[in-house]
Design a protein around this ligand. Structure first.
Ligand code: SF4
Length: 157
């Protein structure tokens, strides 16, 4: 299945995803092809993302992050980017970045690890629903890596 003449860029990806995912979600189809007006290698990541977002294949880290609000205790966009850059080579993990402990732990669902704003300048690291340690924000990403390593779930990039 695929959407032909989807075009390029963000809208081409959205159009392809809307067409393919709505059929896959109904259990229709067993092969997909994303066709966008870009180099063929740009189509493959879109296929992987569609399959992963529907829960049909898990080939990448699944990132969970809140949208941020007045309670957010750090720059979510920046931290999410840092966490993704540090962990994107891993597979099979769900990692959450949540702005506060008020709603973060409850909303990060069943993520394997969580990076959650605790107090100004401090974040809490979670393993599943368990709070493991509180660390200064500037050590948060490194401490997250150490936590994943201590669980034997880290591989070198
Ligand atoms: S988790 Fe906290 S910071 Fe993030 S949107 Fe929800 S209430 Fe706001």
């Amino acid at each position: 299945m695929g959407v032909t003449e989807a075009g390029d860029g963000e809208y081409g990806r959205i159009k392809s995803t809307a067409g393919i995912a709505s059929l896959l979600a109904e259990g229709i189809g067993d092969t997909i092809r994303v066709s966008i007006t870009e180099a063929p290698e740009k189509e493959i990541p879109v296929c992987y993302s569609i399959l992963q977002s529907l829960g049909l294949r898990k080939t990448m880290v699944e990132y969970v992050a809140c949208p941020s609000c007045g309670r957010t205790l750090f720059n979510l966009e920046t931290v999410l980017h840092q966490v993704r850059e540090a962990t994107k080579h891993l597979t099979g993990l769900d990692i959450a970045v949540m702005g506060c402990i008020v709603n973060g732990p409850g909303e990060m669902a069943d993520a394997d690890y969580g990076y959650v704003g605790k107090t100004p300048g401090m974040i809490s690291l979670y393993r599943g629903r368990e709070e493991i340690k509180k660390v200064p924000e500037d050590q948060g990403v490194n401490e997250l890596i150490e936590l994943i390593k201590s669980d034997g779930r880290w591989v070198e990039p």
